[in-house]
Design a protein around this ligand. Structure first.
Ligand SMILES: Cc1cc2nc3c(=O)[nH]c(=O)nc-3n(C[C@H](O)[C@H](O)[C@H](O)COP(=O)(O)OP(=O)(O)OC[C@H]3O[C@@H](n4cnc5c(N)ncnc54)[C@H](O)[C@@H]3O)c2cc1C
Length: 399
């Protein structure tokens, strides 16, 4: 029998200790998340709860109050959070993977000192504002623009589908210089005058994650909030998406683990034709396929995590960057689709009860759909992967 809260065998004592604390936070989160999900409300308790357990700061360096998780530990942590639901895992993706980690990676030491302790303590929530109403798969088509002033920059435009944008914090965001046409990255505090975030209603899934339409109207961003060098915005965005996609893949492994756990429990207890449905061979086929998906996605996530660690230690190595980016794209693609299939099969095992949002498979099924869209749609990743093997001259689109 599998333990779905498994601490990986290869974890060191220190890593196992962190994962136990993440696990405790996840156990405490479960009934809270259940309530918010069924009420279809944004769960605002994730950050304070994980902060109380001292495990909000995932990959934030320890000198700034974070856990300083290395990449293998990060993916295990994200898998565990993913078991609780894609809503809370998406909170972590926005706050850490494509939020605070980007500042840790690209920010200067003043920006790191100013923002990272607040990210680790939960005083400030982070997000990533790249997508726009008319620029999704190709961020290079973004319309949000900035003008330079004596004090810094003024941003105007709109960003769509942005997580953690309403909670009071900071977005890593992007805008174009109409003079040079180049895109730069900025740190946009959500209390900036002219900043407005409106929750997007009626989502298919992930009701507990706040997803916003954000409008910048003459938002003044001080020069100190330029992230990296002017004109390096897309490089920063695409680098951030490597860590982001690995997090989505890990969370998807968590979905599969939870679907398998729920399905095993149900298959043992539900009786039809005078025996537990787990004794029917076609039900066993669903379980077997789910278990194979769990182990295979976990293995690829672990391999991609190691490759990412190597790249993080050797950032100027362009060949390694391409290899890492490609492996992570493959990992995300495999894991999100496997998670969707696992949730589909878990619903089938639950029969009519699978159709209820009060049971976990139905929620995973609705939520996992977002993972096939954000941080690179299936189609964009399929092409990216093919071109990774064919060669850049086969590039079908820019970016
Ligand atoms: C729940 C949710 C949360 C999100 N959170 C964030 C966030 O926090 N921050 C953020 O910046 N963004 C976020 N996004 C946005 C997400 O990254 C985009 O929705 C995604 O990149 C696709 O962009 P789009 O919606 O504009 O679709 P489009 O780009 O309009 O694509 C529509 C369809 O056309 C296909 N397509 C487009 N171009 C090609 C091509 N060249 N070849 C083949 N097919 C193509 C796509 O694959 C897709 O199937 C989120 C989205 C969702 C749904």
């Amino acid at each position: 029998m599998i333990d779905y809260r498994l601490i990986p065998r290869q974890a060191t004592a220190a890593q196992a200790d962190v994962l136990r604390r993440v696990d405790l936070a996840c156990q405490e989160l479960r009934p809270i998340e259940d309530r918010y999900y069924l009420e279809r409300r944004v769960n605002s308790e994730v950050a304070p709860l994980f902060a109380r357990h001292g495990v909000l700061g995932f990959m934030i360096p320890q000198e700034f109050g974070g856990l300083g998780m290395d990449v293998p530990l990060y993916v295990w942590g994200m898998e565990r959070v993913g078991q609780e639901g894609t809503g809370p895992r998406t909170f972590f993706s926005c706050h850490i993977s494509i939020g605070a980690s980007v500042i840790a990676y690209w920010g200067n030491s003043e920006q790191q000192q100013r923002y990272l302790p607040d990210a680790a303590s939960g005083k400030r929530v982070f997000g990533f504002g790249l997508t726009e109403p008319d620029a999704g798969s190709n961020p290079a088509e973004m319309q949000t623009r900035f003008e330079k002033t004596s004090a810094g920059y003024v941003l105007n435009g709109q960003k769509k589908w942005i997580g953690n944008a309403a909670e009071g914090g900071t977005l890593v965001t992007f805008a174009r210089d109409p003079q040079t046409n180049k895109i730069s990255a900025f740190l946009m505090d959500t209390n900036t005058p002219g900043y407005q975030a409106d929750i997007i209603p009626h989502k298919l899934g992930m009701p507990t994650a706040g997803t916003c339409l954000v409008t910048y109207t003459n938002c003044e961003v001080p020069r100190a909030n330029l992230l990296g060098e002017e004109g390096h915005g897309l490089k920063i965005a695409y680098t951030a998406l490597m860590g982001g996609r690995l997090g989505v893949a890990s969370g998807s492994v968590g979905i599969i683990a939870d679907c398998l756990h729920e399905s095993l429990t149900y298959a043992r207890s539900r009786q039809q034709f005078g025996k537990p449905i787990g004794r029917h061979q076609l039900v066993q086929r669903h379980l077997g396929r789910m278990a194979v998906k769990l182990e295979s996605t976990r293995a690829l996530v672990a391999a991609a995590a190691l490759r990412k660690s190597e790249y993080d230690a050797d950032r100027t190595n362009k060949a390694l960057r391409l290899e890492t980016d490609l492996l992570i794209a493959q990992t995300k693609y495999l894991a999100v689709n496997a998670a969707q299939e696992a949730a589909h099969d878990a619903i089938q095992i639950f029969g009519g009860n699978g159709f209820l949002l009060t049971n976990r498979p139905a929620r995973h099924y609705a939520d996992a759909r977002a993972c096939q869209i954000y941080e690179g749609t299936n189609e964009i990743l399929e092409q990216k992967i093919a071109v990774g093997y064919l060669g850049p001259e086969y590039e079908a689109f820019s970016g």
